[in-house]
Design a binder for this molecule. Sequence first.
Ligand code: ADP
Length: 291
Amino acid sequence: MRRQDDCILYQRSTGDLMSEQKLLILKNLEKEYIQGTARIHAIQHVSLEIEQGEFLVILGRSGSGKSTLLSLIGGLEQPTKGSIILNGQELGQFSEDELAILRRKEIGIVFQHFHLMEAMTAIDNVELPMLIAGLPRKDRRPWAIELLNMVGLSGRGSHYSNELSGGERQRVGIARAMANKPDLIIADEPTGDLDSARGAEIIDLLHDINQKNGDGSWAPTIVMVTHDVGMLREGMRVITLSDGKIQSDEIFDGDYERFDPLGNPSVVTGVSYNSDNPAVQDDDETNLNIS
Ligand code: ADP
């Protein structure tokens, strides 16, 4: 099994990234939860390949399995069946500790509720993952300043969380997610705590980061969960989920009318991911799938 030295992260070059075509491969994923006597099939028969540099949106109603799929992609949860291969490494082979090291280096996480350390300034929040990953002190501050500039917070580094607006806090959260230059950033409803204008700004920022990072040398793949069609941007790859299954997989062409406000895949008329598996017409809001 490959265990990486902390330094490798900071030595990675664009050329290295470009040569690795598939960032992530999901093969026949299943995720079941047991709740009392009920078995909940949160994810069913999901296979997916994500290329370096993609911006993938997982869209679906509440209970459709979006967060579960994102947790599997981010190595935060283990599948009941199937395999997840990140940068050629099968996650199932790793112990919990090894997975934690891998996540720290290769995956950045943006949370709906920001999860900033309240007792720390914005810049210290951004530096924290670098500290944990062992980046030398002399390198941490300049990179944190650069990251805060990148997310539009230059000069705000000395502010504490309670001195920042929701949108600014999420910008710090995004800068923190980029701290260790991860190949992958996962974001679960990153605009869920923001008004629509601030939310749109955050999406545009993530989109920019995905397209081209500030110094041009590194741009993360982004996988984002949302139930809000308004958060789609042209060129994003959109996967719709229903009952834990992929219903469609297409590049968003800017036509918002084809999705209902909750991303209900039953109205998606784009290329169907699996023609044997027509979109579910169920209007049940919770969409529980219990056997
Ligand atoms: P979404 O993010 O689309 O709202 P989730 O992935 O959170 O959906 O949930 C998918 C299904 O799995 C739902 O039926 C939910 O109740 C169930 N579920 C999610 N997490 C757990 C858990 N830890 N234990 C039991 N059931 C869960």
